[in-house]
Design a protein around this ligand. Sequence first.
Ligand code: SAJ
Length: 435
Amino acid sequence: MNNSDRICVLGLGYVGLPTAALIATAGRNVLGIDSDGRVLDSLRSGNVRISEPGLRTVVRAAVESGRLSLSDSPEPSDIYMICVPTPVDNGKAELSAVKTAADTVGTLLQNGSLVILESTVPPGTTRHVLAPRLEKASGLSAGSEFMLAYCPERVLPGQALKELVDNDRLIGGINAESIEAASSLYSEFVNGELVACDCLDAEVSKLAENAFRDVNIAFANELARVSEAIGSDVWRVAQLANRHPRVNILRPGPGVGGHCIPVDPWMLIQALPGAKMLNAARETNDSQPAYIAETIKLLLGELDVEVPEIALFGASYKPDIDDVRNAPSAVLARLLQEAGARVRLCDPHVRTFGDESFFDAHKAAAGADMLIFVVAHSAWLTLEPAELAAVVRNRIVYDATGNLDCARWQQAGFVVSSLGRGRAGGSAQRTPSNA
Ligand code: SAJ
């Protein structure tokens, strides 16, 4: 392979776009493909819709250098990277985008081409779905006439560019020649170790990584419920237990959002529907907004207001990003509305809702009976409790982030309750029977 080889990257989303831009910056000619004309138009005019530190700069540089061009359909290339979405619907992975990409790429394959799949897929997809479709469309044989590998993306939203370069990569080839060809490409822009493996093991590893996190967050959420039931403090308990050299308890919270952790475990459950732990983790994390809503209803029940006004702080799925996909705060907001409250959201990162009060904590808090902190945005740490105390109707705070300085809010006259902590001396503390 040399730098004149062209690479087609299919799918310019959260993974494909930074990958395409990085490879182009590393000196390759990249053709970025997306079926959504709006994505292409905005990229052509220099706008990057995905908010990711440094991404806009890298994409603009790649486009301006002429190394990254854009199109709605692939052209003959030496390498094809498939980074298309694989959503899960009703517990089943939807592979139509992978299949369409395979059918199109298959017609363009030539002797010696390399195809890499990066999308998250159910175990067996590379060998049993992708390979046969590519072979059928091309008339070539996978592993001998063209190379095929599964190399899952593993980047953390919010630090995608850094992790694309620094993380170790699994190079899951269908055979040794495919591993060699794919390793050669990734070695051009990855500093992390390239770990050769079989494509099935790479597929399962990708799912296992996210399922591992789901199970561990579920453990933290369950521990929060135990702590509330018995009156201990889950945040302190986790700190103390984590002093053990082999314990690392994650943070409880309002539930698990995003497009990966609440989704990917289903692709493992699909392989073994009776998998108890995976199913239990999904159930615990998915029920966390409802669990929190019950506590809030207890707190609201102590107020003498006909229609409680609630300000929810945090609309994204995790701290300091603008991504709202599967955000637990949306579920919590709906449950509280169904319980008769009026709910407004406030998030300084999320620009899609447009309403002014959405960005300004003081406007969101004006006249509120309860402030609920759902996402641990750093912006909340600079809020002045005394200023908010002056504009609310009732001084009640609920913290699901474990990140607020409760003493400061209490000094400003707020009654503060926290997930996994209960309210100090408060009557809305859960009892073991309703935990
Ligand atoms: N969360 C908690 N408690 C914690 C950590 C996270 O409740 O202690 C919640 C977050 O608030 C969020 C959700 O979990 O709602 C997921 O956030 P995350 O930061 O754990 O993960 P993602 O979805 O942003 O990215 C994950 C990463 N996977 C792992 O860390 C194993 C990332 O490396 C993957 O590349 C990405 O999924 C993906 O694309 O699969």
